[in-house]
Design a protein around this ligand. Structure first.
Ligand code: NA7
Length: 504
C-alpha cells in the first residue's frame, strides 16, 4: 500500500465555489495535505467566468452561502455575480484556502497508478495524491450553436460566459440567441442601454416565475450581523421553497401534483398580467409542462421585452450573414453585435481532460453509453476519486452550494471508513453501480424533465441528468454511507472494472 491513510494527501481540481468548500471541509476533517489546482489566475469558477451584464444567482443569497461562512453583508435577496465573486474571494483568503492553491494549472490528465492519483497539467507539472476530487463544475464548456454562417458574422460576437467588456454596446443593434436563464438576465440590461435595438431569437418560450430582487438595507445587514439566526431562518425558508418546488416536479402524490398545477397557473397569470399584446403573449407562452426546462426566476424580462427597442423573433434561424441573422421566412435582421446565450455542454463534466482509473480505464469508455456515477460521485474502476456535482446532481433549482457541501460530507464519511481499514480503497462495486443506474432509469422516465422538451437537463438519449426524486430523499440517501455498496477490503484485489479497454 503506497498511500498514507493516517495522513492522506488530496488533490482538488477547480477553485470554484465547490472546490473551495471541499478544501475547507477536508481541512476541518484533519486532512491537511491538500493541493488545489486551478486553471485560471483567480478563484471563483462560474462567477469568475460569467461577467455578462445582469449576471446574478437565481438562488437567494443566504441559501447560496456556505453553511460555515454566513454572510450578513449580502446586498439583496439575489446577489449579483460580482458580489458572489467577492464573497468567494473573501472565503478563499479568510479560510486559508490560498495556502493550498496552484493557479494557472489547467489539468490535462488524471491517472490512477499504483494506488495513487497522478495529475498532470498543461504546463507539464505532475502532482500526486491519495485522494482526488474533481470539482470542475458542470456548466463550464460554452455550447456554440451549429448555425450556418456563424463564423461569417463580421461584428463582435460573444458567448454569455465569455463576455467581451471592450465591445461598445450603446447605440448598437444587438442580437441575442437564446432565452434561457442567462439570456433572461442579459436582455433587460441591453434593452436599457441608450440607443440600442435588441433582437431576441427565441427557439422555445420559457416558463418564468416573477421574482423581485428585494434589497437588504444597512439595518437589515446589521441585524444579520447581530443575530445570525435571522440569516439562518432566511436560508431555511428559501431552501424549503426550492424543496417544495423540487418535490412538486418529481412526486406523483396528488397534493404535489396540485401544487405543480398551481406553480404553472401562477406563472401563466404573471405572463397574462404583464404582457398586454396577445400576439406577443402567445409567442411567450410555453407549450410544454411547467418545470420541464429549468424554470426562470426573473422580475423584468416580460416588462422589458415590450419596450419599443426590443424585438422578439420566434421564426427559426436559417443562417447568419456578415451583418445579420436571416430567419426561415427570409427576413434579415440587421445586427452590429451578436450575443450567444446558448448555454453549455452539460455532459462535459471534467472533460476534455484525460481521466483514467485503474488499468487505464478511461472515463470516455465508462460513459460511452451512459453518463452516470453512483450517487453522482463514485465510479467503479476509479478508486479514491470523488466527482463533485457529478451526473444527476442538479436537484431541481436547488442551491448547488448546499448540494456540494453534502457531497463533501459524504466523501469524508467514506474517507473515514478507508482510514479505519474497513475499505482497502474507496470504490463502488460494479453491481451497486448497475443497481444505481437501473434505479435512475426506472425513475427518471416519470419525472417532469422527461415530459417532452429540450433542455440541458437531458443527456444524449433524452434521459434527465438531474436527481429524479425529492431533496429530502436525496439527503437521506447521502447521510447513509451504505458501505456494502463499496468494494470491501478482503475483495479489493480480485475486483476488476467491468469495461477494461486494455490501455497501457
Ligand atoms: P440554457 O438554459 O441552456 O439556455 C440556452 C438557450 O439558448 C435556450 O434558450 C436555447 O433554446 C437557446 N439555444 C441553444 N442553441 C440554440 C440554437 N442553435 N438556436 C437557437 N437557440 C438556441 O443556458 P443558460 O446559459 O441560459 O443557463 C444555463 C444555466 O446557468 C441555468 O440553467 C442556470 O443553472 C445557470 P431552447 O430553449 O433549447 O430551445
Amino acid at each position: 500500500m503506497s498511500n498514507d491513510r493516517n495522513n492522506p494527501s488530496a488533490i482538488v481540481i477547480g477553485a470554484g465555489m465547490t472546490g473551495i468548500g471541499v478544501v475547507i471541509k477536508l481541512r476541518n476533517a484533519g486532512i491537511t495535505r491538500i493541493t488545489l489546482l486551478e486553471k485560471a489566475a483567480t478563484p471563483g469558477g462560474t462567477w469568475r467566468e460569467n461577467t455578462y451584464p445582469g449576471v446574478a444567482c437565481d438562488v437567494p443569497s443566504h441559501a447560496y452561502t456556505y453553511t460555515f461562512a454566513p454572510n450578513p453583508g449580502w446586498s439583496s435577496l439575489f446577489a449579483s455575480g460580482a458580489e458572489i465573486q467577492g464573497y468567494i474571494g473573501k472565503v478563499f483568503h479568510e479560510h486559508g484556502v490560498d495556502q493550498h492553491v496552484h493557479f494557472n494549472q489547467q489539468v490535462t490528465r488524471c491517472r490512477y497508478h499504483d494506488g495513487r492519483w497522478q495529475v498532470t497539467t498543461a504546463t507539464g507539472e505532475v502532482y500526486e495524491a491519495d485522494l482526488l476530487f474533481s470539482a470542475t463544475g458542470f456548466l463550464h464548456q460554452p455550447a456554440i450553436p451549429d448555425i450556418a454562417g456563424l463564423d461569417r458574422f463580421a461584428g463582435p460576437r460573444m458567448h454569455s460566459a465569455r463576455w467581451d467588456h471592450s465591445v461598445a454596446l450603446e447605440g448598437r443593434r444587438i442580437g441575442v440567441i437564446g432565452t434561457g436563464s442567462s439570456a433572461a438576465q442579459i436582455i433587460p440590461q441591453l434593452i436599457h442601454l441608450p440607443g440600442t435595438e435588441v433582437t431576441v431569437f427565441q427557439r422555445t418560450a420559457q416558463w418564468i416565475v416573477h421574482t423581485d430582487n428585494k434589497p437588504y438595507s444597512e439595518s437589515d445587514q446589521q441585524r444579520f450581523q447581530k443575530k445570525p439566526a435571522l440569516m439562518e431562518r432566511i436560508r431555511r425558508r428559501s431552501l424549503a421553497i426550492f424543496e417544495l418546488g423540487t418535490t412538486a416536479l418529481t412526486s406523483q402524490n396528488p397534493i404535489y401534483r396540485l401544487m405543480h398545477h398551481l406553480f404553472a397557473w401562477n406563472a401563466r397569470r404573471n405572463l397574462k398580467a404583464r404582457v398586454k399584446d396577445p400576439v406577443l403573449r402567445a409567442k411567450l407562452t410555453p407549450d410544454y409542462t411547467f418545470g420541464c426546462k429549468r424554470v426562470i426566476l426573473n422580475g423584468s424580462f416580460y416588462d422589458d421585452i415590450q419596450r419599443p427597442n426590443a424585438h422578439l423573433v420566434t421564426e427559426k434561424i436559417d443562417h447568419i450573414e456578415a451583418d445579420g441573422v436571416v430567419t426561415a421566412d427570409g427576413c434579415k435582421h440587421g445586427l452590429d453585435v451578436l450575443v450567444l446565450a446558448t448555454g453549455f455542454d452539460a455532459s462535459a463534466f471534467m472533460r476534455p481532460m484525460e481521466f483514467r482509473g485503474r488499468d487505464g480505464l478511461s472515463i470516455d469508455e465508462v460513459w460511452k453509453e451512459k453518463i452516470s456515477a453512483y450517487r453522482s460521485m463514485l465510479l467503479p474502476g476509479f478508486p479514491n476519486c470523488f466527482l463533485m456535482l457529478g451526473p444527476n446532481s442538479p436537484i431541481g433549482n436547488y442551491s448547488v452550494t448546499a448540494i456540494s457541501e453534502m457531497q463533501a460530507d459524504y466523501a469524508i464519511g467514506l474517507i473515514r471508513q478507508w482510514q479505519a481499514g474497513t475499505l482497502e480503497r474507496i470504490e463502488v462495486r460494479q453491481g451497486a453501480f448497475e443497481q444505481w443506474r437501473s434505479m435512475l432509469k426506472a425513475r427518471v422516465g416519470n419525472t417532469i424533465w422527461a415530459s417532452g422538451c429540450q433542455s440541458w437537463y437531458l443527456d444524449a438519449d433524452g434521459d434527465p441528468l438531474t436527481w429524479p426524486d425529492s431533496w429530502k430523499n436525496w439527503v437521506a440517501m447521502m447521510k447513509e454511507l451504505r458501505i456494502e455498496d463499496l468494494v470491501p477490503a478482503e475483495q479489493a484485489d480480485d475486483i476488476k472494472p467491468a469495461a477494461n479497454p486494455g490501455y497501457y
